[in-house]
Each structure stands twice: as C-alpha cells, then as structure tokens.
Design a protein around this ligand. Structure first.
Ligand code: HEM
Length: 497
C-alpha cells in the first residue's frame, strides 16, 4: 500500500535482473564508495542485488531515526547462512528476534552494564601493564601482543580462565578461530548468503566456496565454544572456579526456576563464546589503529604525554582514577574510532515491515547497513575529515573550532538503557571503552612511538592499509617503540612482577 504512494530511496542506476551487482565495490572499499555515492544520492540509499533489497544509511540522524527510534522494525538480522553453517547459529549476533534473542541480550546486558563493567577495571589495568612490558621487550611482535591483551581479559571475564602463554590450549584455539572468522567472507553477503540453496551443491559448483569453507571449520568453532566452558564447569564442580560470566550464571541457576536446564546451559555457553567473537578482534584492531595514528602523528602523542605527566608525574603509572583528569586520551580514542572504525559497515540489520521514512518507501525484508565510517566523514561536522585530529573533540568551552559529534558515543551510548529492549546496540561497549582507554593511557605514559628507519637511516612512513574481513585489520607495518625513560621501564617492570 505504501509502495504505491512513495518512491524507493534514490541510488545509482541498476542493470536489469542483476540490479547493482556489477556496481558493488570490493569489501575493503564498501564504506568509502557508499559514502561517495551518498553525496550524490542522499543519506538513505537503495540498492538491489539479484533481487536482494539493501538500504545504506550514511548519517547519524538517519541511523538513529530508523535503527534506534524504530527498533521494533529494524532490529532483526539477515539470515547469516555461512555463520550458522560454521556453528555460530546460537550466538547473539546472528539471532533473530524471539525468546532466545531476548534471553541472550538480557544475559549480556546485565553482566556488562556501565556500573557492572567497572568491576573488570582491575583486570584490564593489570593486563595493560603486562602488554606494555611485552611491547617494550619486543615491539615488532605488537600484533600478537595486543591480541593477547584482549584475549586474556576476555578469557578471565568470560570463563575465569588464565591464559598462560602462547602454547596455552585456549590461546591456540583463539588464534585459529580468529583467522577462520577473518576469512569467512563479508557478513551475510557471500554468494551462499544470497542463495542458501548453493550450500547443497557440490564444492566444484561456482559460488559454493564459503559453504565448503564453513563445513570444513565447523568442528573448530564447536571446540572453541566447548573447551573453555567445560573448563569452568569442571572448576565449579571442584569448588575452584574464579568469578566469571559463566560461573555466575551457572551458580545463579540454583536459585532460579528454569524449565529446561540443559537448554539454558547451552545458551550460557554460546553467549560466553560470543564475548570472544565480538569483543577481541574489534578492540585489538582498534588498538592497532591507535598505534599507527601515533606513529603518523607525534604532535598528538606529545600533547597526550604532556597531560599525563602533569597529572601522574614520572613516578607512577596512570590508573582508572585518572580518567577524568586525562581527557585528551579520550579524544584520541574517539578519533581513532572515527578515523578508521574497524567494523566500518556495522553488522547488517533486516527490516520486518514496510516503512516510510522522509517520504521514501523502505520495503520489508531490506538489509539495512549503517555506514559507520561514512558517518564520520561528513565535512560539515568533521572538517578535513580524512585527517586524524583528536583536537576536534576538545569541547567548545575549551577553545575548539569545529563541531564534532562522537560516532563512538552514538554507537555505544545513544540508547543508554540496561533492560533488554529490542535493539542491537553493542552490549560490550563499556568494557571496550575501558580496556581501550587504559591500554592507550598506559602506552602513552611509558613509551614513545615513532617511525622506524631503514638500513640507510631514512624514516619509513607506514601505509594505512587494511585487510577486510568480519572486522577490518591493519596490514603489518614498521614502527619504533621505546620506553620514554629508563624510569618508565623500571616502574613497568616493578609493577609487572
Ligand atoms: C572497539 C571495540 C568494539 C566495537 C567497535 C564494537 C562494535 C560493534 C558493532 C558495530 C556492533 C553491531 C551493532 C548493530 O548491530 O547495530 C556490535 C555488536 C555486538 N558487540 Fe561490540 N564492539 C566492540 C567491542 C565489544 C566487546 C568488548 C564485546 C563483549 C565483551 C562486544 C559484544 C558485542 C555483541 C555480543 C554484539 C552483538 C549484539 C547483537 O547482535 O544484538 N563488543 N559491536
């Protein structure tokens, strides 16, 4: 009925039958190309690929209006066929609206609320010192060291599990699963996601690559989901379990009336494994973007260090208590996530009903993408938008010229409710914010980051190039990292012991 009255949102001209198939850019260019198109066609764009309807939102306003204010229509997910085939069909990010979706959101939001997440600060603080010590010892291994930082935090919080070293069984599983997820194709957008029947065709048939891939790795996913969960159950039965998401929820079962206990335990198990899937690669990738930003911009690094020195002096490390006195670290964190958000197109949503927005018809079943990177590139809000410049977040009252809005704030805190509303906002946002903040503060307080030099002593300027996967990750780059002073190294070593 709506359709007869209103036009679809604008978009580039489509070919007959295949629609925009030939025009869709490769995954690593999606957000930039869509943002360029949005300049011509508008903040809400419509594309169709082989009959699949897609809507791209390029402004905070459109995303807030639809994904947040009309969340009862826009909070479902497209059918993520490849993820389901890999064994992730009971994880929150793939769940459709229903009893299980609400249960998983409740479990995660209750445990990772703003206040609740502060309990994890001592873990992140301790791990940030371990990370800085390892970076000082072996900076070329930065990628693994930062991955290990987040893995250790999440393993402790989710399972009460302490990752010992690189040969730890869980650490090895985590590495393999991380690589598997990274190469599993664009979320909900592989040929098999478009045509699920392809999954039943033999592997030589064109378009079946990801189905074969998912079948091959399914057992690894299941091992990754089961191994740490079984560890916690064993620790509980022996009375040795450390506090964790899993141990708390399992212990709480004693005082609750639960109809199907086995089924409920399966839900706890999958919700816990989601913490790794959604929390580690994202925060790890963001910290690597932070490193390259500091390599390329010594001027902002120096500003942050002047602030840290004024607040903490030279005889101690920064702590969470310093948070409000160190606003520049916060501006750097926000700018890192605006400059290169590691999930640039978000995770796609699916609309449940026909809808009309600003005179445009959005058909039911549309796959809706929030172009998070595109939202941070609007020149009227973020002057010189492709440049890294944390100063844009300095409040106006303190002399800022621009008018920057934090994408981070929108993605993480716009819908600031802790009940289990029908919405897909990232439930790990408070944990993410605190682990990123303390890691950045600790690195800046104790290390100088700069350009590496080649054999002739010439400085190497690293390229900002990403490997696109489920989460974008910077390609390896050269840089130099040294302790700021001998005293900084001594304090880190002494606190680390
Ligand atoms: C820099 C770090 C992070 C970034 C950039 C990030 C970003 C996102 C984004 C863009 C979404 C999709 C929201 C949507 O569908 O509209 C999401 C969902 C999610 N995030 Fe995060 N996230 C981060 C850290 C974390 C952490 C640390 C955790 C948990 C410990 C976490 C757990 C989740 C979960 C479970 C979902 C799925 C929610 C659902 O489908 O209902 N995230 N995140």
């Amino acid at each position: 009925k709506c359709r007869t009255r209103k036009p679809l949102p604008p978009g580039p001209r489509a070919d007959p039958i295949i629609g925009h198939l030939r025009k869709i850019p490769p995954p690593h260019q999606l957000s930039d190309v869509f943002h360029e198109w949005a300049k011509k066609y508008g903040d809400v764009m419509y594309l169709e690929v082989l009959g699949r309807k897609m809507v791209i939102l390029d402004t905070l306003e459109a995303a807030t209006d639809l994904l947040e204010k009309r969340s009862s229509i826009y909070s479902c997910r497209p059918n993520m066929v490849i993820f389901s085939m890999m064994g992730c069909d009971r994880q929150l990010s793939t769940l459709q609206y229903g009893r299980r979706f609400l249960l998983h959101r409740k479990l995660l939001q209750n445990y990772f609320g703003r206040q609740e997440s502060m309990v994890f600060n001592p873990i992140s603080y301790e791990e940030s010192i371990v990370m800085v010590k390892r970076l000082m010892d072996n900076p070329t291994n930065y990628d693994k060291i930062i991955a290990r930082y987040m893995t250790r935090i999440v393993a402790k919080i989710a399972y009460g599990y302490s990752v010992k070293d690189d040969n730890d069984t869980f650490a090895i599983l985590v590495n393999k699963v991380g690589e598997m997820m990274h190469n599993s194709g664009p979320p909900a957008s592989t040929p098999v996601d478009f045509f699920p029947w392809l999954a039943h065709f033999p592997s030589w048939f064109p378009g079946t690559y990801y189905a074969e891939y998912a079948r091959k790795w399914r057992s690894l996913t299941l091992e990754f989901i089961n191994y740490p969960f079984n560890y916690t159950i064993k620790q509980l039965s022996e009375g040795k379990a450390q506090p964790s998401f899993v141990s708390k929820l399992i212990s709480d079962m004693e005082t609750q009336e639960i109809e199907d206990q086995e089924d409920y335990m399966e839900d706890i198990k999958h919700a816990a494994s989601m913490l790794y899937g959604a929390g580690v690669e994202t925060s790890w990738g963001t910290l690597v973007v932070f490193l390259i930003a500091m390599v390329l911009h010594p001027e902002y690094q120096a500003k942050a260090q002047i602030e840290i020195d004024a607040v903490c002096g030279h005889n101690r490390l920064p702590t969470f208590e310093d948070h409000d006195s160190l606003p520049y670290i916060e501006y750097i964190m926000r700018e890192v996530m605006r400059w290169h958000p590691v999930v640039p197109m978000g995770i796609p949503h699916r609309s449940l009903e026909d809808d009309v927005y600003n005179g445009m018809f959005i058909p039911a079943g549309s796959i809706v993408f929030a172009n998070i990177r595109g939202m941070g590139l609007h020149e009227h809000i973020y002057k010189d938008a492709t440049a890294f410049n944390p100063d844009r977040f300095i409040p106006k009252s303190q002399g800022r010229q621009g008018g920057a809005i934090s994408i981070t704030i929108w993605v993480w805190t716009k819908l600031n409710v802790f009940d289990w509303s029908f919405n897909r906002i990232c439930p790990g946002r408070f944990l993410a914010e605190s682990t990123l903040w303390i890691a950045m503060a600790m690195i800046l307080a104790t290390c100088n980051i700069g350009k590496a030099k080649d054999a002739n002593g010439t400085e190497i300027t690293p390229e900002v190039e990403f490997d696109s996967g489920f989460v974008d990750h910077l390609k390896p780059f050269d840089f130099a990292l040294v302790p700021r002073t001998a005293q900084a190294r001594t304090i880190v070593e002494e606190t680390h012991r």
